[in-house]
Design a protein around this ligand. Structure first.
Ligand SMILES: [Zn+2]
Length: 438
């Protein structure tokens, strides 16, 4: 402290003014150094270490020696001494003190690890490193941000897997929250760029090219209680929770089911599944959420009509517009049978467009009951899957699709688990229970 004061006073004498920023940063650094000295002393236990401790193998491990440990804490690097035990039976060595402090096998304190989880889920690992340096005065490598954020994400993911297994065996506890008026599930898929090793042998979007991305499946669960003055549904504030992973539809189905269960699915008065036309979404809805009202996103359905019109009418913009509007009108009024009939009766100009027309007719026919928009609106339900589409951008895109990013499936799934956990407002609970378990 006296050194710091001297620096400050000397600076003021020579320049006649106080450079507040330099002073505040120097003060923080000095406070950190003082804090680190206190912590180092505190952590070096003055109590006599026991002569032996129980070992994981069942035998007793005798005291071996006292060893130093370096730790990065929120006030910087500290070093302390703790007793080290070595088991002659299984040849494992350990320091019980590390477990007590929740720093076993890591060089970062719990406080720092929480910060690493926060910055690692928000932005690139390098940006996270820079943020910690500026905001917390911590000197941490980019690699350490990555390693710790991914480790915490993987731990969250492992906890979720345990819950999913319980869900599979129908062992989840009953949810006691009050019954929700309307519970919505929305699903979508979005590609994330992966490293070359994760693409090997997978078909790409361009024939003959390996896939450069893997699909992240994203699910959102939210509730709706009210309608606005115009009778339109309003999503309950802060009611959205997210799940996301690169995995099969089957695995994802169980993940979303588990989340829906925890959100009170079984007690919701009205249940709705919303998505685009992707077949996996509706297979999954049939399998896991059989009593839900299924709705195809209205904007996707409209887009199908406009894209088809563009193919059929080419440069005839007026004809294209008139035809698409007419079909859109049918769609909005829930006249799906008439819409499909129009598609089937359209005289195809060539075999390629005949196939396209048949495909589109099939798409609307297959989804007819999911496109009864007037009925859905009369019930005050959402007919667009905007929440999950926004989620694809905010949950997945903003963090995992920045330029130059290439993921391993393992790394992406860890960060997705961490990010969903935080954005769903579950992180504090996770951290607390994790600390209790340690
Ligand atoms: Zn042992």
């Amino acid at each position: 402290m006296s050194q710091l004061l001297e620096v400050i006073l000397r600076g003021r004498r020579s320049s006649g003014r106080l450079d507040l920023e330099a002073v505040e940063m120097a003060t923080r650094a000095a406070m950190h150094r003082a804090g680190a000295a206190v912590l180092s002393e505190l952590l070096t236990s003055s109590e006599a270490a026991p002569g032996k401790v129980p070992c994981g193998c069942g035998k007793q491990a005798p005291y071996h020696d006292s060893r130093p440990k370096q730790l990065t804490t929120v006030v910087g690097k500290v070093c302390f001494e703790r007793a080290y035990y070595h088991c002659a039976h299984c040849r494992q060595g350990r320091s019980p003190r590390d477990r007590e402090l929740d720093v076993e096998g890591t060089e970062c304190s719990p406080g720092v690890r929480r910060m690493l989880a926060a910055v690692g889920s928000e932005s690139s690992f390098e940006q996270g490193r820079a943020q910690l340096e500026l905001l917390a005065g911590l000197d941490i490598t980019t690699k350490a941000v990555e390693r710790h954020a991914e480790a915490i994400g993987a731990d969250i993911a492992a906890g979720e897997q345990a819950e999913i297994r319980r869900a599979k065996q129908l062992e989840l506890p009953r949810v006691c929250a009050p019954a929700v008026p309307v519970l919505y599930l929305e699903m979508d898929g979005t590609g994330v760029p992966v490293v070359a090793a994760e693409r090997a042998g997978r078909a790409g979007k361009t024939a003959g090219q390996p896939a450069r991305t893997r699909e992240v499946k994203l699910g959102c669960v939210f509730t709706q209680t009210h309608l606005d003055e115009q009778g339109r549904p309003v999503r309950d504030e802060a009611s959205t929770s997210y799940v996301a992973a690169i995995e099969t539809a089957e695995e994802f189905g169980l993940r979303l089911y588990t989340e829906a269960w925890n959100r009170g699915w079984s007690r919701a008065r009205k249940k709705v599944v919303l998505g685009d036309g992707a077949v996996w979404i509706w297979n999954l809805a049939d399998q896991h959420f059989p009593n839900a009202i299924q709705i195809v996103d209205l904007y996707h359905a409209r887009q199908h009509l406009w894209e088809l019109a563009a193919q059929l009418f080419g440069g005839d913009l007026r004809g294209r517009k008139r035809w698409a509007r007419r079909l859109e009108h049918k769609l909005n009024r829930g006249k799906l049978e008439a819409l499909v009939k129009t598609l089937r009766e359209f005289p195809p100009p060539n075999p390629e467009l005949a196939r396209l027309l048949a495909n589109e007719a099939q798409y609307f026919e297959r989804n007819t009951e999911r496109m009864r928009y007037p009925q859905f609106r009369a019930q005050g339900l959402f007919v667009g899957s905007g929440v999950v589409e926004a989620g694809c951008k905010t949950v997945v895109g903003a963090r995992l699709k920045q330029s130059g990013m290439f993921w391993t499936v393992r790394g992406a799934n860890a960060i997705l688990a961490l990010r969903c956990n935080r954005l769903s407002g579950k992180f504090e609970d996770y951290w607390e229970s994790h600390a209790r378990a340690a």
